[in-house]
Write a protein that binds this ligand. Structure first.
Ligand code: ATP
Ligand code: LTN
Length: 333
């Protein structure tokens, strides 16, 4: 127990905004499982973030429980780690208000995710989309987090989180731990199979393989993946993004390095490469799918675990929020 307390804190979150892709798995959830023994970990289903894009209520509720089950199915233990739902811990929204007052309009307008998402949601350019990174900073800072494993697309959000934490600490003393991003190069950006110039994304199902897809769908999607015409198997993100992406997916699921993968498939043509990738993905997702089906069959148990974990998260979050309220001068009696 003592040793557990000495570990640093790791925090990450995934939005329940749709089905989880193998990009989310390789870039995020799988990294969590690889790191979880070395840290005190919190993994969040960030449902408040998902609201920045219009959601169908029944689907959001379903996706929330499914993502919770998937975290566990992927190998994260809800007893050792704290796996919980963001809206169950009201301190996230409360700290967000305070930190909004320490974040500049200018820095938020430079966020590329805001620019991308607002271009794609012209009919719903809401203020939540703009202050999304402040809610994310609150998630991270509430738990005195040292390490945040995320995909490349979140690098800028980690930088603004650090800036907000440092700005606050400079005024009020050391209130927040300033977190580091953990973004391993090879797994941080899995590309769309239909357009390998864009990242694979759960809100863009075209070009995405989902973690719960059946074997036939996985084979079909990978067989159709866009490649190029020179038939050479090597990593070259600039000139051969499609083939490089397939090699990276293969490597993540098979456990072989990309060099070993190149050795294995060299000279065999893209058809064989795609078959090998599909086999590796299917073998990798199969045990997760099996465990997931068992878990989702007992919703009562999942619900209970979710509530217990929210309580554990809340105790930590409340401590930080109390300190922040005091420091900024809110009358606490
Ligand atoms: P949305 O399409 O709703 O924005 P998303 O697929 O981008 O969703 P998020 O919930 O925003 O997924 O991200 C969850 C985690 O997965 C984050 O750490 C993010 O960086 C990572 N991630 C998302 N897409 C990829 C990808 N294509 N490759 C690697 N990591 C990714
Ligand atoms: N914004 C992230 C999800 C997210 C997150 C977090 C990740 C919300 N809060 C805290 C790490 C830590 C995304 O869109 N992928």
């Amino acid at each position: 127990m003592k040793q557990l307390e000495n570990k640093k804190t790791l925090y990450s979150g995934v939005q329940p905004s749709g089905n989880i892709t193998i990009g989310n798995y390789i870039g995020a959830i799988r990294q969590f499982t690889l790191l979880s023994d070395q840290y005190n970990c919190l993994f969040c289903v960030v449902d408040l973030h998902a609201l920045t894009v219009r959601q169908i209520p029944a689907e959001l509720r379903r996706n929330t429980l499914e993502l919770f089950a998937l975290y566990i199915a992927a190998g994260l233990d809800p007893q050792k780690n704290i796996i919980y739902c963001q809206s169950h811990v009201p301190e996230h929204a409360e700290l967000t208000w305070i930190l909004n007052c320490f974040t500049y309009m200018g820095e938020l307008s430079r966020m590329t995710q805001f620019k991308d998402k607002s271009a794609r949601n012209q009919d719903n350019l809401n203020a939540g989309l703009f202050t999304y990174p402040v809610l994310m900073a609150s998630d991270i800072l509430l738990y005195q987090t040292s390490l945040v494993p995320v995909g490349e697309d979140q690098r800028q959000h980690l930088e603004i989180t650090r800036d907000i934490a440092e700005r606050f600490n400079n005024i009020y003393g050391n209130v927040f731990v300033v977190p580091e991003a953990y973004i391993p190069k090879e797994t941080s950006k899995i590309l769309s199979l239909s357009d390998p110039l864009r990242k694979m994304s759960k809100s863009e199902p075209d070009g995405a393989v989902f973690l719960l897809d059946n074997a036939d769908d996985i084979r079909r999607k990978i067989r159709r993946a866009v490649t190029d015409s020179d038939a050479e198997i090597r990593i070259d993100i600039e000139n051969k993004p499609g083939v490089s992406n397939l090699l990276q997916i293969y490597s993540a699921f098979s456990g072989e390095s990309t060099d070993e993968a190149i050795g294995r498939f060299e000279g065999q043509g893209y058809g064989q490469l795609k078959k090998g990738v599909a086999d590796a993905v299917i073998a990798g997702v199969e045990p997760i799918q099996k465990r997931y089906q068992e878990l989702i069959a007992d919703k009562g148990m999942l619900h209970q675990q979710m509530m217990n974990n929210a309580e554990r998260a809340r105790q930590i979050a409340a401590r930080t929020l109390r300190k922040v309220y005091k420091k900024v001068g809110l009358y606490q009696g």
